[in-house]
Structure formats: structure tokens, C-alpha cells
Design a binder for this molecule. Structure first.
Ligand code: NAD
Length: 412
């Protein structure tokens, strides 16, 4: 069984060794301060179902580190949500915001629930209960939630509205809101667009031309990444989600697949594409895993045919799979870089809320791409100089920034 938090902290430990933290910051307890979150909030939410009975839900908010600014991180609704998963996701947020130089720390929240089993009114009651319990722990200058798996603009609107009942000046308490409630243009598409932007930088560097792509996950991140690829004229030959996967060597009509998925709830059965076993190992040049953690494992990494992977999901590649891919010469643009587009535009939304001045979508996208390209260039440069992977280089840059801030701030 893969423990996602142990995998996450393992990467931090390897980075600390590489950067010689033990000697440079003797006695500063860097690893312990990264391993144990600032605050772990675990609680129950009881909700009345529409037909009468009550249901109890397990809820979490992990505030990993605020050394670089207020906590920032999404909220996940999924049946697999547990404390280790949320801790790993919060740690990755700390790394991500540091890497792309946002004035934020890292956090994450979650509820162990399959949102599809609740009605809209039950879901709303659950979200409001979650916020009510956290009202002293979140806030525009404290901890700012956003969407993640199983949540979107609708849930963010309820968070904003519930928080407003208890506190003033609430718009910046949550990002990923609907546009009418102070959301940013381009936020919904930002993570997917960012993955494609990071992928394009790497493909250019590698000299790839006329390449094909495959996308795992067809939710917020995967669908917008696939649409962006399609719009750019890059052939998407494979797409997969939890219900199954489809393939067409001629390229899939992605806008058509979006409509088909909306209508049938599945990818299979789409005219012009055949069902296939596993999108991770399908014939393609570039693979975008945009579903969830631990989908590229020791078992299937060996059979990956792509030359380049850009991680849209958080933690899709286990350390064992990572080692196999490295040996095979597959270039991996790591999650903390490739999927940072979401938190970058969340930051823009927060800034727009504070200013009360709203940007055009072209401005949002131009600033998003500029920030991502700059981060990619720094990572690429560090990887080249130290002869390390892009993932290792990204962690070196993020951790150096976090630790310098920790030291500057003293003992927190
Ligand atoms: P989502 O719930 O909108 O979509 C998830 C997709 O993954 C669905 O299509 C689902 O069918 C598919 N999926 C789930 N398990 C799968 C499996 N085992 N195999 C194949 N497909 C599977 O979620 P999302 O918001 O798109 O998030 C996806 C990933 O991206 C997560 O790891 C999330 O943490 C990360 N991420 C999301 C954002 C964001 O802005 N939403 C930002 C950064 C990172």
C-alpha cells in the first residue's frame, strides 16, 4: 500500500540531504518542522438528509506552513480522503506556492464523501457546516480555500456566503468563486492551461515536433488541458477517466467528447474513438496525468511510451515509478510546477478582490504564462547545473526559499 504522505515527506528529506541542510542549519529541526503541520484540524459534520435521517461526515483542514504567507489550498470531496492524503496535499501546496513565488503558505482540506451520492441541498448543508466549524481558522489573511477534486465554483460560492454570515470583508476568503461573486476570469481553466504551458516549454526544450498527447482525468484539470491542446492543434489521441479510456490514432475531437461525456457520463461509446485499457501506457509522445495521486506506479511505469510527462494531478507518480521513468529517459515536469497554474490564478483572484479592480482574461493568461515560464526556466537551469531531475530541482528551489524564510522569522 502506497502511503502518500510518506512519499511526500521522503522527497523533502532527499532534498534536505542534497542541499546539506543538516550542516547548514544545524539544530534548526528543518525536517520535523516540515513533517508536522502547523495545525491539524479534524472534525465531524452532521447533516440532515432531505428525506429525514442524519448523516455524519469526516472532515479535515491541514494548515501545513504559513512561513511565506497565509495558508492556501483546495478542498477535496472524495471517498478516499483521509488524514495522510490531506497532509500530503497540504505539504505539496507549501512547496508549490514557494516554487512559483506566491506570498502564501500551504494547506488543504477535505471531506470523506462521494458528492454524487448527495443532493444539491444536502451538499450545500455539508459545505456550510464545514465552513461554520472552520470560521475562526480561515479568512483572507489566514487560510484561503479553493477548489480541488469533487468541488468547484458552486461550492466556493457557498463557502463565501457562509463565511460572510459570520465575518466582514469576506470576498478574498476563498478563490475559484463564480465570476459574479468576485471570481477571476480564467480561474476555472487555469490549472489545465498551466499544465499545457509547462508541457510546451519542456517539449520545446526537448526539440519535440508534431507530437501526440494523451490525458488521464477528464475533470476540471484534464478537460481544460485537453481542450487547450486541441485548440492549439496538438493531436490528443487518448483520454481516460474513472469510467474508462478511449483512443484514436487520428486524434479525438475533444469538444465533441466533452458533450458526449456530459450527456452519457462516460467517455466510452464516443464515435471515432475505441475503448482501451490504460491511458498511462498508450501510444503517445506526451502524457498528462490529470486525475489523482498514485496512478503511475512501479507496475505500469515500465510500459509508459511517452517521452514527456507533465503532471496535472498532485502526486500521480510514485517514487518507484519516478525512478523507472528516469532510467528510461522520460522527462517529467513535476506537479508542483506543472499544475501551479490553479494557485497562481487563485492568487490573481485574491489580489483582484483586495483591489476591487478586475482584469481582462488576456491579462490573467499573460501573467499566468509569464510566471509559469519563469518558474520553468529556473527549474530547468538548476536541473542542468546540478545534473538532477526537474522534480528534484523544483524541490531544491522551493525548499531553499522556505527554509531561508523560516530562519529569517526565527522560532515559530
Ligand atoms: P475533478 O474531480 O474535476 O476530476 C478528476 C478526474 O479524474 C475525473 O475525470 C475522474 O473520473 C478522474 N479519475 C479519478 N480517479 C481516477 C483513476 N483512478 N483513473 C483515471 N481517472 C480517474 O478533479 P480536478 O479538480 O480536475 O483535479 C484533478 C487533479 O488535479 C487532482 O490531483 C487535484 O489535486 C489536482 N489539481 C487540481 C487543481 C484545480 O484547480 N482543480 C489545481 C491543482 C491541482
Amino acid at each position: 500500500m502506497v502511503n502518500v504522505f510518506e512519499n511526500a515527506i521522503g522527497m523533502v528529506e532527499r532534498t534536505a540531504d542534497l542541499l546539506d541542510f543538516e550542516r547548514r542549519f544545524k539544530g534548526m529541526q528543518i525536517i520535523e518542522r516540515m513533517r508536522i503541520p502547523d495545525k491539524t484540524i479534524e472534525f465531524r459534520a452532521t447533516v440532515q438528509l432531505d428525506n429525514g435521517p442524519l448523516k455524519v461526515f469526516h472532515c479535515y483542514r491541514i494548515q501545513h506552513s504559513d512561513v511565506l504567507g497565509p495558508y492556501k489550498g483546495g478542498i477535496r470531496f472524495h471517498t478516499d480522503v483521509d488524514i495522510d492524503e490531506v497532509k500530503a496535499l497540504a505539504l505539496w501546496m507549501t512547496m508549490k506556492t514557494a516554487l512559483v513565488e506566491l506570498p502564501y503558505g500551504g494547506s488543504k482540506g477535505g471531506i470523506t464523501v462521494n458528492p454524487k451520492t448527495l443532493t444539491v441541498t444536502e451538499l450545500e448543508r455539508l459545505v456550510r457546516k464545514y465552513v461554520f466549524r472552520l470560521v475562526n481558522d480561515i479568512g483572507p489573511n489566514i487560510d484561503i480555500p479553493a477548489p480541488d477534486m469533487g468541488t468547484g465554483a458552486r461550492e466556493m460560492a457557498w463557502i463565501f456566503d457562509e463565511y460572510r454570515k459570520h465575518r466582514d470583508a469576506a470576498q478574498g476568503v476563498v478563490t475559484g468563486k463564480p465570476i459574479e461573486l468576485g471570481g477571476s476570469l480564467g480561474r476555472m481553466e487555469a490549472t489545465g492551461r498551466g499544465v499545457v504551458c509547462a508541457m510546451l516549454e519542456a517539449a520545446k526544450n526537448m526539440g519535440l515536433r508534431d507530437y501526440t498527447a494523451a490525458v488521464q482525468g477528464f475533470g476540471n484539470v484534464g478537460m481544460h488541458a485537453a481542450l487547450d491542446l486541441h485548440q492549439r492543434g496538438i493531436k490528443v489521441v487518448g483520454v481516460g477517466d474513472i469510467t474508462g479510456s478511449v483512443y484514436s490514432a487520428q486524434g479525438i475531437d475533444i469538444p465533441g467528447l466533452v458533450l458526449h461525456q456530459k450527456k452519457t457520463g462516460r467517455l466510452e461509446g464516443f464515435p471515432g474513438a475505441d475503448p482501451m485499457e490504460d491511458v498511462v501506457t498508450c501510444k503517445c509522445d506526451v502524457l498528462l496525468p490529470c486525475a489523482r495521486e498514485n496512478t503511475i506506479l512501479a507496475d505500469n511505469a515500465e510500459f509508459v511510451q511517452a517521452k514527456l510527462i507533465a503532471e496535472g494531478a498532485n502526486g500521480p507518480t510514485t517514487p518507484e515509478a519516478d525512478a523507472i521513468l528516469e532510467k528510461k529517459g522520460v522527462v517529467v515536469v513535476p506537479d508542483i510546477l506543472a499544475n501551479a497554474g490553479g494557485v497562481i490564478v487563485s492568487y490573481f483572484e485574491w489580489v483582484q478582490n483586495r483591489e476591487g479592480f478586475y482584469w481582462e482574461e488576456e491579462d490573467v493568461n499573460a501573467r499566468l504564462f509569464a510566471r509559469l515560464r519563469k518558474a520553468y526556466a529556473r527549474v530547468k537551469d538548476m536541473a542542468g547545473r546540478r545534473r538532477i531531475s526537474l522534480r528534484q530541482a523544483a524541490y531544491c528551489i522551493a525548499m531553499e526559499r522556505i527554509v531561508q524564510a523560516m530562519i529569517a522569522r526565527g522560532v515559530q
